[in-house]
Design a protein around this ligand. Structure first.
Ligand SMILES: [Zn+2]
Length: 266
């Protein structure tokens, strides 16, 4: 007991000393030290350009990359149409009665309109993958809007539907663009399983990349079109076994609209 009184007394005396008061006041109101100002301004610039995962958290209703934890999987095919690979993918999907989602590049659609009509006619969902596949991250909003709206119009003219789902090339988008996506009623849909098939992988490699990480609610990224030297034969050849394997594990394949319970067109 005595000790406690002594400590209280010492604190009382200390608190009357000018240096002690100054230190307490400084603790409450002190200005940031120079290095803290640095990190504060760093934080501000980070805020201006959020990472993709920060954007996904902040705009969770607009920016999706996987579905709910159910035994459903969405296959998605980017960079279509391409007469070298898209028909092969469509044939496998038709054989197994699987519906998928195809992200169309506007410029490619202009070159192969019949293939876009076929994708739509065969019951697949069509999404918007820009007009000529630029990296959007450091682009102006007007440029982004131009690419999306031009492609939407091309798809609408071919199919009569206006796709709601956008997949930005390379999955990259910035906050300003995402805000416009949100206010315009579109959704950005990336993926959580990457086949890496654009590297020209073999059937076995494509299969391994997908089956090693696919699970409930997965959105799988593959390609059914590509540039001049692209070889997506691995994707086409792997597809039947990927479908059979995942079906044998109890999965059903759905398009993105069904997986996410969001209307995919308007
Ligand atoms: Zn692409």
């Amino acid at each position: 007991m005595r000790n406690r009184y002594v400590i209280l007394f010492v604190l009382l005396v200390l608190s009357t000393l000018p240096s002690f008061q100054a230190a307490s006041a400084a603790h409450l109101t002190r200005a940031p030290a120079p290095q803290e100002q640095n990190s504060a301004s760093k934080a501000a610039s980070v805020h201006e350009s959020l990472t993709l995962s920060e954007l996904r958290r902040k705009y969770a209703e607009t920016f999706k990359f996987r579905g709910p934890h159910v035994r459903q999987i969405a296959l998605t095919f980017d960079d279509v149409p391409d007469p070298r690979f898209t028909p092969g993918v469509l044939a496998v999907l038709a054989k197994y009665h699987v519906k998928a989602t195809f992200f169309v590049v506007g410029q490619r659609a202009e070159k192969h309109p019949e293939l876009v009509r076929r994708i739509y006619r065969e019951g697949h969902l069509i999404g918007n993958h820009s007009y000529n596949h630029p990296l959007f991250k450091n682009r102006e909003l007007a440029y982004f809007k131009g690419q999306i709206l031009r492609t939407a119009e091309i798809i609408h003219n071919l199919t009569g539907v206006h796709p709601r789902f956008i997949r930005p090339p390379y999955g990259e988008i910035n906050e300003q663009q995402l805000k416009w996506v949100k206010s315009s009623g579109y959704k950005v849909i990336n993926w959580n399983v990457d086949s890496k098939d654009w590297k020209g992988l073999s059937k076995e490699q494509v299969k391994a990349n997908i089956l090693s990480s696919a699970g409930p609610g997965s959105i799988i990224l593959q390609h059914a079109g590509g540039g001049d030297g692209a070889d997506l034969s691995g994707t086409v050849q792997a597809l039947p076994e990927i479908i059979r394997t995942l079906q044998s594990h109890g999965y059903t394949f759905v398009d993105l609209s069904e997986l996410l319970h969001i209307k995919g067109s308007r």
